[in-house]
Design a protein around this ligand. Structure first.
Ligand SMILES: NC(=O)c1ccc[n+]([C@@H]2O[C@H](COP(=O)([O-])OP(=O)(O)OC[C@H]3O[C@@H](n4cnc5c(N)ncnc54)[C@H](OP(=O)(O)O)[C@@H]3O)[C@@H](O)[C@H]2O)c1
Length: 434
């Protein structure tokens, strides 16, 4: 990893202290006892806007293969939208069942920062290195990880900043050595913080499920094209020669998708057949649904310019859209799904699935090689992280609420943590004196 140019932060006299303010830097390698963090506690589960508190908490201690990263900026994702509501999973209770004692959760599954201290067995990163972090946390020594060769299938596989505590919303985050990837030098801290989770997940959905991967000239239907995942999916599809057709809910989002290279964009508000399929006996309702989905297909065809169905349908919206996804998918194609923003009990007409040999593929996170591949695409300038909005650390609840309400601007979101202002892409000059 390379060390990059320094920015001019105000010189400060450092002593070993128990705690530092946000934006103050202890000597490289020195770990204070306490840190500021945005915590969630069970008694605050509820509206994301009210669920976070900025507290002083102990800095976690490192295991031999672990790394403490001083967080410069953190990305915003649905993981903490879910965690702050305590549903569908109470993450604090989950960890307590696993034997961990903390009664608070520090979320945040995307970050950029500086490797600050490393465990004694760490070999691949050094203090001072600018990094971005991948969400994938697993035990590389778990027998199922070793035998299966696919880390995400391991029973030990967990999401950092969700199922694993001490995520990105603290002055320091605790990660495994292998979660660290070089920060693309061309990016600001906040832009670098915002994409790994969505880009990695989208990359696996589109490129990880052979033989159903993006191929040149093949159409791909992308729900939520202007969201975090969707913005990455449009660009990944383009990068591998596919034809992205996006779905959105307003004009601003449509423009965003077209800018990213979508060939066409559908406004889902022009249709109303969403949600669960009617039960088999309700013929009138079923006819209305079929008319609705056919009208949606007509609009898709006019956006694409021909009648080929999508080879891949990129799903994460869940119950509201799954019946349409299965209908829309081409013969031998794949609906790949990683989430369920509109509900996780989905319905589908199985006839479309079996008669046309379609594949319904669950997909979760990504393998390290997939995070590496997509990070390289970002570093090469072939994928824009699409940072659209950056908040201050104190407003972390408000930015999660905005995401919960689907009121966020197109693309990805971030908060500054230790980065003193927006627009910086280099290391603090003070670091050079240690
Ligand atoms: N398993 C994993 O590894 C993984 C990783 C990342 C994300 N996820 C999950 O994937 C989901 C999306 O994540 P994200 O970061 O892309 O979120 P995001 O930035 O909020 O984007 C989600 C998009 O969904 C669309 N949407 C909202 N309500 C909808 C509805 N009723 N019907 C159709 N589309 C709707 C919105 O687009 P329009 O309103 O413009 O249509 C929105 O832009 C979340 O549930 C998240 O938890 C899972």
């Amino acid at each position: 990893m390379t060390t990059i140019e320094l920015y001019d932060s105000k010189p400060k006299v450092y002593r070993h202290r128990e705690m530092y303010e946000l934006g103050e830097f202890p000597p490289l390698g020195v770990v204070p006892k306490y840190m500021k963090a945005a915590t969630i506690r069970p008694e605050s589960y509820g509206k994301p806007a009210d669920a976070f508190a900025i507290e002083d908490v102990p800095v976690p201690s490192m295991g031999p293969h672990q790394v403490l990263v001083l967080v410069m900026a953190a990305g915003i994702n649905h993981n903490s939208v879910w965690a702050s509501q305590g549903k569908p999973l109470d993450v604090i209770k989950l960890r307590q069942k696993m034997g961990q004692t903390e009664d608070f959760h520090i979320g945040g599954s995307d970050a950029s920062g500086i490797v600050w201290a490393v465990g004694e067995a760490v070999r691949h990163v050094k203090p001072g290195a600018p990094v971005v972090i991948s969400t994938a946390a697993f035990n590389p020594r778990a027998i199922d990880a070793l035998m299966g060769g696919v880390s995400i299938y391991s029973q030990s596989s967990l999401a950092w900043g969700y199922e694993v505590n001490y995520g990105a919303f603290g002055q320091f985050t605790l990660v495994e050595e292998y979660q660290c990837f070089s920060k693309p030098e061309n990016l600001t801290w906040e832009a670098a913080a915002c994409y790994m989770l969505c880009a990695g997940t989208a990359y696996r959905q589109l490129m990880g499920w052979h033989p159903n991967v993006v191929t040149p000239g093949a159409p791909v239907l992308i729900w939520g094209g202007a969201g975090g995942l969707g913005s990455m999916a449009i660009q990944i599809t383009k990068a591998f020669g596919g034809i992205p057709i996006a779905v959105v809910s307003n004009e601003e989002r449509k423009e965003h998708c077209l800018r990213l290279g979508a060939k066409g964009v559908i406004n889902r508000n022009d249709f109303d057949h969403w949600g669960d399929l009617p039960v088999q006996r309700e013929h009138m309702k079923m006819k209305r649904w079929t008319d609705g989905v056919r009208a949606f297909y007509d609009e898709y065809k006019s956006q694409l310019g021909d009648s080929r169905k999508p080879k891949i349908v990129f799903e994460h919206s869940g119950a509201g859209t799954l019946p349409t996804s299965v209908f829309m998918c081409d013969t031998g194609g794949m609906v790949t799904i990683c989430g369920a923003t509109t509900g996780y009990i989905g319905t589908l007409d199985l006839r479309y699935l079996w008669m046309r040999s379609k594949r319904l593929q669950g997909s979760h996170g990504a393998e390290l090689k997939e995070y590496a591949a997509v990070n390289q695409l970002v570093a090469d300038g072939r994928i824009d992280p699409c940072l659209s909005y950056t908040e201050s650390f104190e407003n972390i609840g408000a930015i999660h609420q905005m995401m919960h309400d689907n009121q966020h601007p197109p693309g990805n979101l971030a908060v500054l943590v230790n980065a003193p202002e927006k627009g910086l892409r280099s290391l603090p000059a003070d670091l050079s004196i240690y």
